[in-house]
Design a protein around this ligand. Structure first.
Ligand SMILES: [Mn+2]
Length: 320
């Protein structure tokens, strides 16, 4: 005699990132942290308008159960539960909508969405998308005090244009450098070759960008790199997952050995949280179709967990 049901309900993945409250209407009521998926940006061709990177926000949410087993579990990276039993509200705003009838409109929509998060006093955590995604995100900070930009990346991303596109994935730091509210720029994890030629390196150096190769980071360690970043700043962190070593982030369009280790990236994020105020963060350039056992999504998610856990313990979300 067969006992019990013959089947179990299918295991649907969580619809929100890190078990946060769904807020697809973006009311942001009492929100401390707002996750926002931005799948689309400005591609260099029709095909690249919907690249594999556009699948990453959904893949990140689906990997939630491996990034954090549950919200109340003891996290040994943090020394306790993610939000330290504080009354912290994280919401998932869903993904910025694309519109085939108006194919560039998601870029403007991305900026407006981030502006709404900032106006609500919440910390925006953006799930890209390719590395063009931070361009509208950073524009949303235009009426805020100056920002120090900290990038983890294999590449400097200083191209003025590619194929006539000025807001593409090779240009986010060049565009950021033109924004009056962006101050010092730290570019960490650089190695091998990307789209940059001598003229892009010259432009970065002329701006005063701090170019830190992956090998310098390996040699001197994260504390020495952090010491070069001024204290008391307002830091925006953009993490191109190809800056990380492919041993922990294989699912990227441009895998390359010699990258930033997870431990070093974690130390950099924790150090920034403690030096000043991290005002926003994105993780970009995950290509889920080439991921291995969801490892790239898990690595990106664990970087987000470490940043949020450190911010929680630095009293970022305590309300008067
Ligand atoms: Mn990049």
């Amino acid at each position: 005699m067969i006992q019990g049901p013959l089947t179990t309900p299918s295991q649907l993945g969580p619809e929100t990132f890190l078990y946060s409250d769904a807020d697809f209407g973006m009311t942001l009521d009492r929100a401390d942290i707002a996750f926002l998926g931005i799948p689309y940006s400005s591609g260099y061709s029709f095909a690249e308008q919907v690249p594999d990177q556009a699948n990453a926000p959904a893949a990140m949410r689906a990997a939630t159960d491996r990034i954090l087993r549950s919200i109340e579990r003891y996290d040994f990276d943090l020394g306790g539960p993610l939000y330290d039993n504080q009354a912290i509200r994280a919401v998932d705003c869903g993904d910025v909508r694309g519109d085939v009838a108006d194919p560039a409109s998601h870029v403007a929509r991305s900026e407006v969405a981030v502006r709404r998060i900032l106006a609500a006093g919440a910390l925006p955590v953006v799930l890209g998308g390719d590395h063009a995604v931070p361009i509208p995100v950073l524009r949303a900070f235009s009426d805020q005090p100056p920002i120090t930009l900290v990038q983890i990346d294999q590449h400097i991303d200083w191209r003025d244009e590619v194929a006539g596109v000025r807001d593409g994935l090779s240009s986010p730091i060049r565009r950021a450098s033109e924004m009056p509210h962006i101050g010092e720029i730290f570019q960490i994890g650089l190695r091998a070759t990307g789209s940059a030629r001598q003229e892009e390196v010259d432009a970065a150096l002329a701006y005063g960008a701090h170019l830190v190769t992956a090998y310098e980071l390996h040699d001197v360690g994260p504390d020495a790199v952090l010491a070069r970043i001024p204290d008391g700043g307002r830091y925006y962190v953009t993490i191109d997952m190809d800056g990380m070593d492919p041993s922990c982030a294989p699912g990227v369009a441009a895998p390359c050995p010699g990258g930033v280790t997870f431990a070093h990236a974690r130390a950099l994020l924790r150090g920034l949280v403690q030096k000043g105020r991290v005002v926003g963060m994105d993780v970009v350039e995950i290509t889920p179709r080439s991921d291995v056992n969801r490892l790239t999504c898990i690595t990106a998610g664990r970087l987000i967990v470490n940043l949020l856990g450190a911010a929680t313990r630095a009293s970022y979300f305590r309300r008067p």
